[in-house]
Each structure stands twice: as structure tokens, then as C-alpha cells.
Design a protein around this ligand. Structure first.
Ligand SMILES: Cc1ncc(C[n+]2csc(CCOP(=O)(O)OP(=O)(O)O)c2C)c(N)n1
Ligand SMILES: [Mg+2]
Length: 891
């Protein structure tokens, strides 16, 4: 047989391909798409069975998922909508430019919204549902797009010109606008903070799931409201952004829509210069089970794609990397013709009827309202899975020379006169050349067709968004008898504060009024905290119920999943759990339901790991209780360096609306939780709680008379000395699991060393610290009035003797109240890395057990000249304290 030349081979291949395609076309025409799909599936199986290795791909071609002939016409008035969008664009840019003129460096972002304007405007005009007709959509706006959202609210008449003028200057007279979405600062406007990138997407996922939870548990009527999350393509590099995307597919959350603005750029440069972010994201989301809608090309491409019989154009589209696409966006039509189309004469031929200018103006999908409209329509109608829309845009769209598609675009805040003029002309804004230098805001008259149209659309869609308000009715009161059992103590029986919490939680769950509102959240630690009885009592939430027979079905406490289950068992996922906590703790505003979340977790994996989400919870005005379980550096035995938490109580300090406590006893915990529910759900305070609970067991004493106020303020005298008249006196502070050590030291100091020591329980250094500073500040500003005395000073001003504190947390905690005490405080704490050891050894290592309390007390008395140094020395020896051991804080 003669050899076939490569050219002949290519022709044979082409013929063969054509024959196969023609057969397929025939099947498509006669049998329809379903038949083609079946055939292809069977062909694939057959090929695999015969050893053909098929490469895996989760990708579809680099074209729109919705073809031109599938798309529907847009309702409404596209022309008017374009005009409105232009006005929004102008005002958004103007507010940033003005802010930067008025005060150098005040910042702001023009280019994010410039690229996303169509994505938002189509939503505002046709999809985003307000809360007024019942249930509204929940929208997570991309933080850096805030100027556009404000500009629209200004046109709608919801935000005044002064506020717009004071963008990023919130402290100005008359009020300003916060740089980004912050419910804490604009509580009637923004619902969720998103600007710490990655947090918006994960919060949105758990919000969508929580909406289903509320419906399945009958706490809210079923609705087809959506959760929308707008994010940047660069943002998807944050682990939180994509880290939880399998959950909504698993749970079939078709109430969730992600819109990813793929402008191919982030702050420094291209997101994937050498690859394609859209294809990468498509594969990730499809792999996770999402419905993926790609909106890559604008309408001008449709006729070209229709002509692309051989797939040449689609192939060309798919082989260009993003860095190169970015180059096309800034280059001339001639450049695009040469470099994009010029690789094949057949491609060049396809566009020979188009001028360079027309080539340059071929739009991208994310800038074309009809493409975006169809994508949103498909997303909102899709059943059985969440949808992600991957919309291609140009960063800084419309800014022209001022920064369209450039690498510096993200930080472009200024536009010179010429650039402003070009921008004005491009979008047809009625601002004259004479006025342009002032960059005036522009709002058409109240009765203009633009304003009327915007208002009508929003009215039809259920009111303005974003908009936040408390939609719940406060709980009337909290029944004291739920909590009173814990005031009595355990009569010598040992218990841990975790056990106490679980018992209290179980009681609350049984309460008629409170019970249904309680949302227990655990990241795969329920057994660690002894909560497994709750599995059976209230069930684990699962939309699907339980479709299998649990392995422990025949036991009393079997693993019960139910569609109306109450526990959110989040698996090993603290970030997801905290996102659920935020959804549940803000439901009073979002859904008008007073759910009370109790999120219990391994305390070291709370603040330390997901501190930024806790900050977002604070900003969101989340209500509820976070419980750091197995906490304390020396109380968690055996677990070692990464687990033992001596930090979180300090890390809780900076969160302004977080109230933190380190309770030692059952009644302290009960008093704190009862008061917390009252403050948050009866009095409607925008606070939340952090409580550390321990697994060390000891007898729980009875609540001393009159202790309630002190427990809540952070300090009360737990036990006075039996020797108030002793010559040597001391005041000992203990908290959490270290309090029993301090009580033991009190007894020995009295019996062996004749020191009359009072013991104080410090439930919260944080609260004492805040109150102390509040007094100090007031005194500074009111010099002629009677000074306020910090609570801690009131308690201790007349208390005799030396002052000693022992904590299972870092020394900075007790030290933080030192200045309001009458004499210097000697501090014992657990600075340093933990060790894998038992409690006794750990407390020796960290120098926080009763022996160190004794030594510290005697050393302070020696310092004050009350005892001889030799007494301290003898105590060190008597208690086997090793003076030469290395400092645990640095070893
Ligand atoms: C966690 C976090 N890291 C860094 C930043 C700073 N930052 C703000 S915007 C931005 C780039 C955003 O790019 P992209 O997500 O693609 O959004 P685009 O503006 O392009 O729409 C960066 C790095 C931030 N806001 N949050
Ligand atoms: Mg981007």
C-alpha cells in the first residue's frame, strides 16, 4: 500500500468528520436533542469499553450558554434603561472623583461598578425583589461596587446630594456614606458586609440554606425569593469564595444565584493572564453540581457565530488567554482584526464587512442587557441546583483613556477634564463643557420619565433594594424559671460548664416560646461537647430528611436527620458554621424571625481561625451566642499547642458589640445567657455574645446572694475571707476553670500563712475594661463634674491587701484592668504555646495553679514589706515550685 501524504490524511480526516457530523445532524433533525445526547452517551461508553481513553473536561466551548435563538426579548424599555444606567454611571464616577478632589486620598472605586453596571441595572429593573410584597430577595452586593448602588439610590430619591457629596466622609455634618456595605454604619440600607472578599459568597450560600431551614421548620412561609451574590473574578481566589460551593448543589438550593463579574482583572493585573478564568470557574462550578450560565459575548457576535459552520470562530475564541483578551480590549479595531481574526483567512473573511470601528465596538456579554436579562431569567427559573452566571466584562468600562482595561484601572480614582468630557459624551449626560470641571451630580426632575420609570419598576418588584430594617416583633419576656435550677448548685456533684450549657440548651429547646427559635450550630463537635442527646431530641436538619437507616438506629441517641430537624450540623467547617450563625442571628431583620443561634465550637478554631467572619457578624448586627468549647490553655488536657486556647478572650476585646464572658460556675452561665436573651431579643440591642465553656468537672456552688449584677458587670466577690482581721490581706481574682485553683489557694493562704484573702470571680475582664475606659473618657471630657468611678474601682477601692489574678488566658487580660485598682496587680496567665499534657502538669508549666497563686500572693506581700522574702522562698520550696524552669511565655 502506498504511503498517504499528510495532506491526503488531513482531507480524509475532514471527510470522516463531515460524515459523522452529517449523521449527527440527521439524528438531531429527526429525533431531537435528547436522542443526540443518548447516542453520544452510548458512544462514549462503547469507546471506553474498547479501551479509548477520553480526556475529562467539565468545560463547554467559550461561548454563551444561551444561544441567540434560545433567547427571549427583554420586557420594559431598553432605551430608557440604558439612559438610566448612564446616569447611574455618571453619578457613581462623579462621587469618587469629587471625594478625591475634596480631600486628597479619600479613595473610592470607579472601575468595579463601571464594569458591573449592566449586571446590576438589569437586576434592579427586572429581578431584585424588595421586601414589601412579603418576602424579598437577599442581595450580597460586591463591596467595591458601592458607588454605583449609592448613585442609583440617589436617582431614586433615597439618598440626598449632601450624602453623595460626603461619600467616604461619614463624620461630616449632615452625614455621609460609608465606603462599602456596612450595616453597622448604615443600618437602614445595607444588609450584609461584603468588602472583605470571599466572605460575601460563603455568607450567601449559608443564607440560602438558612432560608430553606426556616421554611422546612415552618418558621417562615415557603417562597421563591432568591439570594444573589455578586462577586469579582479575582475574589474567587479567596478560599472562602469557592470553599463551600458543594453544599448548595448537594442541598439543591435553586434559590441561590452567584453572579461573577469576569472582567479578567483584579487589583494588580489579570486574574489569569495565562489562562481563562471563565473556563476555570465553569469547570469548578459544574464539577460541584451547579447550573453554569456563561455570558461571554454581546449581541454583535451572534450573526458571526451563526456563520461559523466549521467552528473556526468558536475554536479561536477558546484559544485566546485572558491576558491577550485584555490587550484586545485596549487596542484598536485594526489591531484586533490583525491579531484575533488575522490568524486564518477564513476568519478574516467573516468580518470583512465590518469596519475597524465596528470591530472595536463588538460588545461583551456582561455589557449587553439582553444577554444578562436572559441569563438572570434562566437562573431564576432553573430548578434543582444553584446557578452561577459567569459574565464577561471590561474593567473600567467606559472610562476610555482614564483607565479602561488597564492594569492600573482598579485604583483609578481621578479623571481629568478631558477624560470627564469624553465619559460625559459617551454616555450622553446633560452636563455642559463649562460645568464639567466641577463634576456635578446629575439627577433628572422628579417627574422625568427616567425617575418615574425607576420608581415604577421598583414598586412593581416590591420596593427598594438594598434596604434593611428590623422586621421582627420583640420576644415579650424570658421565663426566669428556665434558668433558676442552675442557681442552686450541684450539691457537691461534679459538672463542667459545657455540661451545664448543654443541659440549659436542652431546656431552652423544650420551652414552648423560646424552643422553636433556638438554632444549635455545631461543626462536627457535638459529641465532644456531650450534645449527642440533642440529635434525638430535636433532630439534625436535612432538607432531604433521612433516606437511610442510621447504623445506631436501635440506640436511644441515634443520629437522627430530619427535614424539620433543628440542629445545623455543619461538618468540619467553622467558616460555614459562622455563616449560618450570621444568617440565623440576622433573621430578625432579613426575615422577621427572631431565631437565636447557639454556635458551639472548639474555641481555638473560632477567633483564631475565622476572626474576620466574626467581625462581619458584628458589622451585620448579628444576635446570638458563640460558645468557645474546650477552652482554656490548661483546661483542655492532652491536646497541645494548636488546640489549647489562651487567646480567644483577648481576641474578643476589639469586637465592639461583642460581649464576652469566661464563666466558672453554672449559675454564672445561666445568669449571662438569660440576660443575653433579654438584651438581644426583648430589648433589641445589636450585640452578640462570646462565652467560653470548659470540660473540667468540679462541684458547682450555689449562687451567692446579690451576685447577679456583678456577674453581668464582670466581677463579684465570690467568697470573703474567714479572717478579715488578719494582719496580712489579699484580694484574689480568678475566672473560668482557674477559679477553683484560686479558691484552693485562698484556703491554704488562710490556714498556713495567715493571709486573709477574699476571692473574686472575674466573669469578664473585657466588660470591666470597657466600663473603666468609658468612665475615664467621661471624666476627661467633664472636668468640672463629679468624676465617675469605674465599677472595678468601686468594688476594690477599700479592699485591703495585695492583688493577685490568675487566668487561663494570656496575662494581658487581667493586666487590662490594672490601672483602676488601688494597688498594682500581680498577674498569672498562660502566655506561650500549649503542650500535650494533663491539667496538673499544664498548670505547673504555665504557673497558674493554686501554688503559684500562693507564691504570687506572698511575693506581693514581701514586695510591700509585709512578710520577709524568706517566707516566699520557703513557700516556693514547700510547694515544689521550680524557680529555674524556663519561662513558658517564650518556650
Ligand atoms: C480579603 C480581601 N483582600 C484584599 C482586598 C483588597 N481588594 C479590594 S478589591 C481588590 C481587587 C478585586 O478584584 P476582583 O475581585 O476581580 O473585583 P473587580 O473589581 O475586578 O470586579 C482587592 C485585592 C479586600 N477587599 N479583601
Ligand atoms: Mg475582576
Amino acid at each position: 500500500m502506498r504511503n498517504i501524504s499528510p495532506k491526503e490524511q488531513a482531507e480524509l480526516d475532514a471527510t470522516e468528520t463531515r460524515e459523522w457530523l452529517e449523521s449527527l445532524d440527521y439524528v438531531l433533525q429527526s429525533g431531537g436533542p435528547a436522542k443526540v445526547a443518548r447516542l453520544l452517551r452510548e458512544l462514549t461508553v462503547h469507546a471506553r469499553q474498547n479501551g479509548v481513553k477520553l480526556p475529562f473536561t467539565a468545560n463547554t466551548p467559550y461561548i454563551n450558554s444561551i444561544s441567540a435563538d434560545e433567547q427571549v426579548l427583554m420586557p420594559g424599555s431598553p432605551d430608557l434603561e440604558r439612559r438610566i444606567k448612564s446616569l447611574v454611571r455618571w453619578n457613581a464616577a462623579a462621587m469618587v472623583v469629587r471625594a478625591n478632589k475634596a480631600e486628597e486620598g479619600i479613595g473610592g472605586h470607579i472601575s468595579t461598578f463601571a464594569s458591573a453596571a449592566t449586571l446590576y441595572e438589569v437586576g434592579f429593573n427586572h429581578f431584585f425583589r424588595g421586601h414589601e410584597n412579603g418576602d424579598g430577595d437577599v442581595i450580597f452586593f460586591q463591596g467595591h461596587a458601592a458607588p454605583g448602588i449609592y448613585a442609583r439610590a440617589y436617582l431614586e430619591g433615597r439618598i440626598g446630594e449632601t450624602q453623595l457629596e460626603n461619600f467616604r466622609r461619614e463624620l461630616k455634618q449632615g452625614g455621609g456614606l460609608s465606603s462599602y456595605p456596612h450595616p453597622w454604619l448604615m443600618e437602614n440600607f445595607w444588609e450584609f458586609p461584603t468588602v472583605s472578599m470571599g466572605l460575601g459568597p460563603i455568607m450567601a450560600i449559608y443564607q440560602a440554606r438558612f432560608m430553606r431551614y426556616l421554611e422546612d421548620r415552618g418558621l417562615k412561609p415557603k417562597s421563591d425569593a432568591k439570594v444573589w451574590a455578586f462577586l469579582g473574578d479575582g475574589e474567587t481566589d479567596e478560599p472562602e469564595a469557592l470553599g463551600a460551593i458543594t453544599l448548595p448543589a448537594r442541598e439543591k438550593l435553586d434559590n441561590l444565584v452567584f453572579v461573577i463579574n469576569c472582567n479578567l482583572q483584579r487589583l494588580d493585573g489579570p486574574v489569569r493572564g495565562n489562562g481563562q478564568i471563565i473556563q476555570e470557574l465553569e469547570a469548578a462550578f459544574r464539577g460541584a453540581g451547579w447550573n453554569v450560565v456563561k455570558v461571554i459575548w454581546g449581541r454583535e457576535w451572534d450573526p458571526l457565530l451563526a456563520k461559523d459552520r466549521d467552528g473556526l470562530l468558536v475554536k479561536r475564541m477558546g484559544e485566546i488567554v485572558d491576558g491577550q483578551y485584555q490587550k484586545y480590549a485596549v487596542e484598536s479595531g485594526a489591531y484586533v482584526r490583525e491579531h484575533f481574526w488575522g490568524t486564518d483567512p477564513r476568519l478574516l473573511d467573516m468580518v470583512k464587512h465590518l469596519s475597524d470601528d465596528q470591530l472595536k465596538k463588538m460588545s461583551l456579554g456582561g455589557h449587553d442587557p439582553i444577554k444578562v436579562y436572559n441569563a438572570y431569567k434562566a437562573a431564576t427559573e432553573f430548578k434543582g441546583a444553584p446557578t452561577v452566571i459567569l459574565a464577561r466584562t471590561i474593567k473600567g468600562y467606559g472610562l476610555g483613556e482614564a483607565g479602561e482595561g488597564k492594569n492600573i484601572t482598579h485604583q483609578q480614582k481621578k479623571m481629568n477634564e478631558e477624560e470627564l468630557r469624553a465619559f460625559r459624551t459617551r454616555f450622553g449626560i446633560p452636563v455642559s463643557d463649562a460645568e464639567i470641571a466641577k463634576t456635578p451630580f446629575y439627577r433628572p426632575a422628579e417627574d422625568s420619565i427616567e425617575v418615574k420609570y425607576m420608581r415604577e419598576r421598583r414598586e412593581a418588584l416590591g420596593g427598594y433594594v438594598p434596604s434593611r430594617k428590623n422586621r421582627s416583633t420583640p420576644i415579650k419576656s424570658v421565663a426566669r424559671d428556665l434558668f433558676e435550677e442552675f442557681y442552686k448548685g450541684t450539691d457537691g456533684r461534679k459538672a463542667s460548664t459545657t455540661m451545664v450549657f448543654v443541659r440549659l440548651l436542652s431546656k431552652m429547646l423544650r420551652d414552648k416560646e423560646l424552643g422553636p427559635l433556638v438554632v444549635p450550630i455545631v461543626p462536627d463537635e457535638a459529641r465532644t461537647f456531650g450534645m449527642e442527646a440533642l440529635f434525638r431530641q430535636v433532630g439534625i436538619y436535612s432538607h432531604a430528611g433521612q433516606v437511610y437507616e442510621p447504623v445506631d438506629m436501635d440506640t436511644l441517641l441515634y443520629y437522627k436527620e430530619a427535614s424539620d430537624g433543628q440542629i445545623l450540623e455543619e461538618g468540619i467547617n467553622e467558616a460555614g458554621s459562622l455563616s449560618s450563625f450570621i444568617a440565623a442571628g440576622t433573621a430578625y431583620a432579613t426575615h422577621g424571625v427572631n431565631t437565636i443561634p447557639f454556635f458551639i465550637f472548639y474555641s481555638m478554631f473560632g477567633f483564631q481561625r475565622i476572626g474576620d467572619l466574626i467581625w462581619a457578624a458584628a458589622d451585620s448586627r448579628t444576635r446570638g451566642f458563640m460558645l468557645g468549647g474546650t477552652s482554656g490553655r490548661t483546661t483542655l488536657a492532652g491536646e497541645g499547642l494548636q488546640h489549647q486556647d489562651g487567646n480567644s478572650q483577648l481576641l474578643a476585646y476589639p469586637v465592639p458589640n461583642l460581649v464576652s464572658y469566661d464563666p466558672a460556675f453554672a449559675y454564672e452561665l445561666a445568669v449571662i445567657i438569660e440576660d443575653g436573651i433579654r438584651r438581644m431579643y426583648v430589648d433589641q440591642e445589636s450585640i452578640f455574645y462570646y462565652l467560653t465553656v470548659m470540660n473540667e468537672q468540679y462541684a458547682m456552688p450555689e449562687m451567692p446572694n446579690g451576685a447577679r449584677e456583678g456577674i453581668l458587670k464582670g466581677l463579684y466577690k465570690f467568697r470573703a475571707t474567714a479572717k478579715p482581721d488578719a494582719a496580712l490581706r489579699a484580694q484574689l481574682f480568678g475566672s473560668g476553670a482557674i477559679l477553683p485553683e484560686v479558691i484552693k489557694a485562698q484556703e491554704i493562704l488562710e490556714s498556713k500563712y495567715n493571709v486573709g484573702a477574699d476571692v473574686w470571680s472575674v466573669t469578664s475582664y473585657g466588660e470591666l475594661y470597657r466600663e473603666g475606659h468609658a468612665c475615664e473618657r467621661w471624666n476627661m471630657l467633664h472636668p468640672t463634674q463629679t468624676p465617675r468611678v469605674p465599677y472595678v474601682t468601686q468594688c476594690l477601692a477599700k479592699a485591703p491587701g495585695v492583688l493577685v489574678a490568675a487566668s487561663d488566658y494570656v496575662k494581658a487580660l487581667p493586666d487590662s484592668i490594672d490601672k483602676w485598682l488601688p494597688r498594682p496587680l500581680s498577674t498569672l496567665g498562660t502566655d506561650g504555646f500549649g503542650r500535650s499534657e494533663g491539667r496538673a502538669s499544664l498548670r505547673d508549666f504555665f504557673e497558674v495553679d493554686y501554688r503559684y497563686v500562693i507564691v504570687a500572693t506572698l511575693a506581693a506581700l514581701a514586695r510591700d514589706g509585709k512578710v520577709d522574702a524568706s517566707v516566699v522562698d520557703q513557700a516556693i520550696k514547700a510547694h515544689n515550685v521550680n524557680s529555674e524552669k524556663p519561662n513558658p511565655a517564650v518556650s
